[in-house]
Ligand binder design. Sequence first.
Ligand SMILES: Cc1ncc(COP(=O)(O)O)c(C=O)c1O
Length: 297
Amino acid sequence: MNPITSKLPQVGTTIFTTMSAMAAEVGAINLSQGFPDYDCSPELIELINKAMRDGHNQYAPMAGVLSLREEIAKKVEKLYGGKYDPVTEITITSGGTQAVFTAISAVINPNDEVIVFEPAFDCYAPAIKLMGGVVKSLELNPPDYRIPWDMVKKLVSSKTRLIILNSPHNPTSTILHKEDIDELSAIVKNQDILILSDEVYEHLIYDGETHQSMARYPELQQRSFIVASFGKLFHATGWKVGYCLAPAFLMEEFRKVHQFLVFSVNSPMQYAFAEYLKNDHVYTDLPSFFSAKKRLF
Ligand SMILES: Cc1ncc(COP(=O)(O)O)c(C=O)c1O
């Protein structure tokens, strides 16, 4: 007897687990999963050791260590201009994945429609389905995988609650441009449509392009959850620390879920990231760091 009705009957093991296991088995270079083949900064590791020695080994505050939230607010304002109140509008999460799940759980009710661009990072659709939401997919096509805004307009209905964006995009690496922002702004204007903007690859931007963060555009910022990941930022994917930015009215709902999902995220890493971010070179140098690797590749 099996009394369980699967909530996600179509879901098996993720492609990342399968591909990484295959790569390990045959000794192949593993380009399938988003983690680097180089280590994170020794300084960061030292800062974590110090945080542990300094006694930061108990629960962090529910929303995250305040000094880290303050540094994030400074970083976001410096790079994109958007202001976030560290107390009410920034929450530290267990990686970008938890931020995505928490945001979707906080705002999607049964039968709400969510527009997702495929191919998409694999955690979006399951979270929507678990909440009883309806995934409305639109395909991104070669050669440039840009968003087909005419089709988005046709897909939007009174049930559309959320549009999920991911720029720079996994897996195609396409990015949003200013024209995309204009199209998006026109579509959501005067509509009850929220945006979940997965920006975990915000620094993988090349050739003089600009990262089109929702934090650059006040009207979009006011309806967006922005998801970021220190794992991606500082080459430490195994630590699973990230954050979510959102206006206070959205963050209030986000935290209602967050506090019962994880309550809080590991303390020493948060203290270490807070110290590390005080030197803004650790992120302003990232584009040239990644560009050099791209050229080599
Ligand atoms: C587009 C995208 N969003 C989110 C994540 C998850 O980030 P994290 O490891 O911080 O949970 C990944 C990881 O590969 C990703 O590619």
